[in-house]
Design a protein around this ligand. Structure first.
Ligand code: PLP
Ligand code: ZN
Length: 471
């Protein structure tokens, strides 16, 4: 295998996802949608003329060259599978050095055989969430075309990631749009600390998303939101690393929380391409898990039966549903703030992923999410609330019998435990008022696995007695 991918002029394109359109654009063109029909753009490659490995095992050769940044990165050591930029333009900060952790404790909780459940711990990324996988790719594209400013709307993790890449590289200024009161302190503190220009809008994520598109258009700022097709290229590598950790044997299921649906879309694209390239012979099934309070995908896919349909997606179904949401004044609402999104921008690509991976969609409520999160934490790898939707969803699919006890299941833990301490503290608190304020208001009744602090007077005997009583 060649050590690096050459500058790929003419071998990578952007292509409109609409089958009746399919207009292609140069990889160096900056677009957020198709100029002909407004459709989503997809990155496509002329694989026949690119140096594609014959076997996924060939990537193992890069492990011996870990001192080279592009081999160390968990994204760019798979450069041959996302060859849209020349190596000298790549901006990497060591993203994607994550791990797949088997968890017998979580397996037991969800009802899988011991050894059947794996947690792909993306909280280990430099900014603490999987978003770095996509940001290194979008940032690289932005750098390739000479951008000086980059913007995003975010529930927090995308902005933290963009701010970090700008802070480390000093190649661009980060402009971050957030909604009011919806961002966790852990995430907001990152953007501020990394020096990003932070614009707080009086509105929610969907409002911020709408405005950032207008503003970046007007001011010519590079947009790194999920509509950016290059981010998904980077996020494909999460699946490559899962395969790598399983000695290249695909698991039975990948379970992932669904917000804007970039991750699930990227996973589907990864498996679609690996299969087309003859690098895997079996595609895992995909389960995308919504929060009940932000369940657009569940409603459209499972309830109303909207499908990929060879790319001829019934857009009217989504338009009608959004009109219903507006008419009833319903806003996205869940403790899992990273998936608190009602208008997922990558909806159409996610339908393709569900098609490719014979997927299912489920919804779980905030109580299920937080109980699952506590179980994940207790077994040693904490995560933020949105991430735990994958574990809660796995439990539900086991109860339904959709996932078998003997299946091998990979849950994506999308973000680090320290991203959202407010939810964690409220879950474990002894203060009923605090519990009600943060969680009770969201319909959470019982913190099944709360680990409550033991209050004792400042007295040696009392302290000793408390320890003896509780151990
Ligand atoms: C962004 C994010 C999600 C949602 O991912 P999508 O690609 O938007 O569906 C889930 N969990 C965490 C921690 C996130 O940061
Ligand atoms: Zn088009």
């Amino acid at each position: 295998m060649s050590t690096s991918v050459p500058a790929n002029q003419g071998l990578a394109f952007q292509r409109c996802l609409e089958p009746d359109c399919g207009t292609t654009y140069d990889v160096g063109e900056v677009r957020t949608s198709c100029g002909d029909c407004g459709g989503l753009l997809d990155v496509v490659y002329d694989w026949d003329r690119l140096p594609v490995p014959k076997s996924l095992r060939e990537f193992e050769q890069k492990w011996a060259r870990r001192n080279e940044p592009l081999c160390r990165s968990g994204v760019w050591r798979f450069h041959e599978l996302l060859p849209f930029a020349p190596p000298e333009k790549i901006v990497t900060i060591g993203e994607g050095q994550t791990m797949l952790q088997p968890s017998a404790g979580v397996a037991e909780y969800v009802g899988l055989n011991p050894g059947g459940l794996f947690l792909e711990y993306e909280g280990l990324n430099p900014s603490g969430s999987f978003k770095d996988n996509g940001m290194t790719a979008a940032f690289t594209h932005a750098h390739t075309i000479g951008a000086k400013r980059a913007a995003c709307a975010s529930t927090g993790n995308t902005s933290a990631s963009l701010a970090l890449y700008c802070g480390v590289s000093k190649l661009m200024q980060a402009v971050i749009f957030i909604g009011s009161g919806k961002i966790s302190y852990g995430k907001l503190s990152q953007s501020l600390d990394y020096g990003a220009l932070t614009i707080q809008i009086a509105g929610d994520f969907d409002d911020a998303m709408h405005r950032v598109r207008q503003v970046s258009e007007q001011l010519g700022i590079y947009l790194v939101n999920s509509v950016n097709p290059f981010r998904l290229e980077g996020q494909k590598t999460i699946m490559y690393r899962v395969l790598e950790s399983l000695d290249w044997q695909p698991p039975d299921w990948i379970v992932v929380p669904g917000g804007n649906l970039g991750n699930s879309s990227a996973f589907g694209k990864a498996f679609m391409e690996l299969h087309e390239l003859g690098l895997i012979d079996r595609i895992p099934r995909l389960a995308v898990i919504n929060a009940v309070g932000a369940n657009t995908l569940h409603e459209l896919y499972e309830v109303r039966g909207n499908r990929w349909n060879d790319g001829k997606v019934d857009h009217q179904a989504a338009t009608e549903y959004y009109a219903e949401l507006d008419a009833s004044g319903r806003r996205a609402s869940t403790i899992a703030s990273a998936i608190e999104i009602n208008r997922p921008v990558d909806y159409q690509k996610c339908l393709r992923a569900l098609h490719v991976c014979d997927g299912v969609v489920r919804e779980v409520n905030d109580e299920q999410i937080l109980n699952a999160k506590a179980r994940v934490g207790e077994n040693g790898l904490g995560c933020e609330p949105a991430s735990a939707a994958s574990v809660a969803g796995t439990k539900l699919l086991r109860e339904e019998g959709v996932i078998a006890p003997s299946d091998r299941v990979v849950c994506i833990l999308t973000g680090h435990q320290l991203k959202d301490p407010t939810a964690t503290i409220a879950y474990h608190t002894t203060d009923q008022e605090e519990f009600n304020r943060v969680l009770g208001s969201r319909g959470v009744k019982r913190a099944e696995f709360a680990n409550r602090a033991v209050a004792v007077p400042n007295d040696l005997d009392e302290i000793v007695r408390a320890i003896q009583l509780n151990s």
